[in-house]
Design a protein around this ligand. Structure first.
Ligand SMILES: NC(=O)c1ccc[n+]([C@@H]2O[C@H](COP(=O)([O-])OP(=O)(O)OC[C@H]3O[C@@H](n4cnc5c(N)ncnc54)[C@H](OP(=O)(O)O)[C@@H]3O)[C@@H](O)[C@H]2O)c1
Length: 291
């Protein structure tokens, strides 16, 4: 059984490859795709088949998918380009006779009004139309979206956002990656037709995030709730491109309305252990930032 992971040079994809190996898939049965194979030579050294492919280049996908049985499509990072890119991957998977595709989507992609979800919804529709057996891994937010902001939060003594008292079911990339590895390897069952709403066991508000950062860092940290327009402006002032800032602020608007909340329990059920909680992730981030 040959298992392929796209985006293996990225943060999530690499963790999926690691999780496959840790859970016992032989390295020779794993194909890791990257635009820049030289960035994952360490995986090649461990026996993983590293192949070059670009979502924008169908011929490269055809070459990379030869002999692949099951494939994980990690959603691309080029917002606005992704429907065409993902269509190329799905079409190539079909041409190659791939038997199963898992796709990393977003919470309730079929019904949510999050701006960020439009490309995920379109990709889910492409998969449904392709006739390929598939599973949807609808990931909520990454905890790293917050732990990665730790130095800025501590500098200002504040978490900024526009999520009001909405709860977000954030989980670590490592937990999402482990779930993806379980599904890709077909552990338990084939997962064909499954729709998993994946998120952390304990959702939190951004107020609780600020309080937990304060406790972990031994400092006072407050949550400053802004309007969507003011939060967009703050993100632009911090150096984000306008379009990206608008999408992020819209995601906070969605969090306020529960768009990234799930209590399905699918993530801990798939990985077979509780998800990493906010405080544990923050403590690890504090240790890393002090190192
Ligand atoms: N749930 C969340 O909170 C959240 C947050 C951010 C993103 N996401 C989504 O989750 C995905 C994975 O997250 P991540 O943290 O691993 O992102 P990441 O570190 O930016 O990795 C993205 C991966 O996609 C690859 N990629 C992008 N465009 C490609 C193309 N045209 N052809 C082939 N590969 C391409 C990148 O390859 P290169 O190394 O060659 O660039 C990289 O391996 C993101 O791409 C995004 O869709 C989710």
């Amino acid at each position: 059984m040959t298992l392929l992971v796209t985006g293996a040079s990225g943060q999530l994809g690499r963790l999926v490859v690691e999780a496959l190996l840790e859970r016992g898939t032989p390295a020779a049965d794993v194909v890791a795709i990257a635009r820049t194979p030289e960035s994952i030579t360490d995986l090649a050294e461990r026996g993983v088949q590293v192949r070059r492919a670009d979502y924008t280049d169908p011929a490269s996908l055809d070459a990379a998918f030869v002999g692949v049985n099951r494939l994980l499509l990690v959603s691309g990072s080029e917002v606005g380009q992704r429907i065409a890119q993902h269509a190329n991957v799905i079409d190539a998977a079909k041409r190659a006779g791939v038997g199963f595709v898992a796709y990393t989507s977003i919470t309730r992609a079929d019904t949510t009004d999050l701006l960020l979800a439009a490309e995920h919804r379109a990709t889910e529709e492409l998969l449904a139309g392709s006739g390929l057996p598939h599973a949807l891994l609808r990931n909520s937010w990454y905890l790293e979206n917050y732990t990665g902001q730790l130095p800025t939060v501590l500098e200002h003594g504040a978490v900024l956002g526009a999520a009001r008292d909405g709860r977000v079911s954030a989980a670590t990339r490592a937990d999402y990656a482990e779930a993806a590895a379980v599904v890709l390897a077909g552990e338990e069952d084939g997962h064909e037709g499954a729709v998993y709403e994946l998120g952390g066991d304990h959702a939190f508000t951004l107020g609780e995030l600020a309080e937990t950062v304060g406790r972990v860092a031994g400092r006072e940290v407050v949550y400053r709730d802004l309007s969507v327009a003011d939060y967009t402006a703050a993100l632009v002032a911090a150096g984000l491109p306008e379009g990206y800032a608008a999408v992020l602020a819209d995601s906070d608007r969605g969090i306020a309305e529960g768009a990234l909340f799930t209590d399905s329990g699918d993530l801990s059920r798939l990985v077979g252990h509780p998800t990493t909680d906010l405080e544990t992730a923050l403590r690890a981030a504090v240790v890393r930032s002090a190192a």
